[in-house]
Design a binder for this molecule. Structure first.
Ligand SMILES: Cc1cc2nc3c(=O)[nH]c(=O)nc-3n(C[C@H](O)[C@H](O)[C@H](O)COP(=O)(O)O)c2cc1C
Length: 414
């Protein structure tokens, strides 16, 4: 899987560091060569010896070798030669502190130095892991945004049980998942230039996540959409050379590298943001789960609890996809998503025709591994004209690749 790939793993001082000998073992089993760098604090959580033994290599922390081992054979500039050597630099777990240090260009230990000396264009894969409140802290989100903007792929931590005993967002993915993400990143990186850059010169507008329709100042109607599919599409389209504008409802996902992100709340807000970019886009992909209805009027303050029954009067929200399908010029492509339970294909075809779409991505909500919040999906693509392609269970990232690949085939037809 990772045959001959050279990976530098930077371990910082979070509790999840204890999983790193297992990650190193799996990477080695996949055929990779691994060199481990740790921060001083990481040694509080995992023994350097365990990482040295599993990687089969010296574990480095400081830029300066200890005075006692100064000798002529020493490689004095490993902080640079390892950056040249590596095919990818992985930081796992990445603590709040290390994220901040990477985002601001610190260079006072081996981990930060190699991050800077990694040769241009090599994948930098960052796996933050921390308490949920810390992850959501504005400063941490700002640093993640900075790192994404600097070309790192920052993977959102998973939701689950945390070291503190709390349940929330912040878990480091399991080593198997991290290996898969490294493999996918290296595969994409190694793909022929022509294959990766089909979208150069194209502007791709994507919606993601769920909208929130206000009932009053503290309550809203929404749905379970996580935004993962839309974010995977945005990330993949950017890698394939597109200029990407991502309009997203509330989500905890970090902004993918080289993507312009617009955060919105309601369906009305989303429509406004889409309208301001639609005319200049080549491809519009509506992956958001937009609420179909909103309260007729949002109450100011908090509605008091009173009667046993409370009637909420709902009105339709704008149909963003329908409006874009009708408005599109002959050179524009409009792609929709359909989440269907019964008569899935017939309903999806109906939506494709009614909304004047070029492609519809059908995913079923009632199949294990597909739908909301999970990292995988099972998709069927139905193109204008009726051609249908079915795919097995795959990661949302892989599904994004398939969808973008199918869309790009329209470029030759148009
Ligand atoms: C028991 C314990 C667990 C910790 N776990 C985390 C963690 O999971 N994520 C994190 O960002 N910081 C965590 N910290 C705080 C970091 O260890 C601390 O910010 C440290 O300065 C990180 O240094 P480094 O990034 O240079 O390794 C933890 C601290 C303690 C005492």
């Amino acid at each position: 899987m990772l045959n001959g790939k050279k990976i530098v793993l930077g371990v910082s001082g979070g509790i999840a560091a204890y999983k790193m000998p297992m990650l190193v073992r799996l990477l080695k089993k996949s055929g990779a060569e691994v060199k481990v760098i740790m921060t001083v604090n990481a040694a509080q959580f995992v023994a350097p010896l365990a990482l040295a033994v599993t990687s089969g290599s010296e574990v480095l922390t400081e830029i300066f070798p200890a005075a006692s081992i100064h000798n002529a054979e020493l490689n004095w500039t490993q902080h640079i030669s390892l950056g040249e050597w590596a095919d990818a630099f992985v930081v796992a777990p990445a603590t709040c502190n290390t994220l901040a240090r990477l985002a601001t260009g610190h260079c006072d230990d081996m981990l930060t130095a190699i991050y800077l000396s990694l040769r241009h264009g090599k994948p930098k894969l960052v796996f933050p892991s921390m308490d949920e409140e810390m992850f959501l802290a504005p400063a941490v989100q700002r640093n993640i945004g900075q790192l994404s903007g600097d070309g790192c792929t920052v993977f959102a931590p998973e939701h689950g049980e945390l070291a503190s005993g709390l349940v929330g967002m912040g878990r480091l993915p399991e080593p198997e998942t991290i290996v898969e993400k490294i493999r996918a990143a290296l595969e994409l990186h190694g793909a022929p230039q022509a294959a990766r850059k089909i979208y150069t010169g194209k502007k791709v507008l994507i919606t993601a996540g769920a909208t929130r329709e206000k009932i009053d100042d503290v309550r809203f109607i929404s749905n379970y959409a996580s935004g993962k599919m839309g974010f995977a599409l945005a990330s993949e389209a950017a890698l394939q050379g597109a200029e990407v504008v991502l309009v997203t409802g509330k989500t905890f996902l970090p902004t993918p590298a080289a993507v312009t992100r617009i955060d919105v709340e309601s369906a009305d807000d989303m429509l406004r943001a889409v309208e301001s970019h639609f005319d200049t886009c080549d491809v519009f992909i509506a992956a958001a789960a937009v609420a179909d209805y909103r309260p007729a009027a949002a109450a100011a303050g908090k509605i008091k609890k009173s009667e046993a029954v409370f009637d909420l009067h709902l009105v339709r929200t704008p149909d963003i996809l329908m409006q874009c399908g009708r408005r599109k010029s002959p050179s524009q492509l409009v792609i929709g998503f359909a989440l269907e339970v019964q008569n899935a294909e017939d309903n999806a075809r109906g939506k494709l025709a009614a909304k004047n779409l070029d492609l519809i991505v059908l995913n079923s909500a009632d199949v294990a591994g597909a739908g909301f919040e999970v990292d995988t999906n099972i998709i069927t693509l139905i193109a204008r004209g009726g051609a249908i392609e079915k795919f097995p269970l795959m990661t949302k990232r892989e599904a994004a690749g398939k969808i973008l690949n199918r869309i790009s085939r329209f470029f030759d037809e148009d």
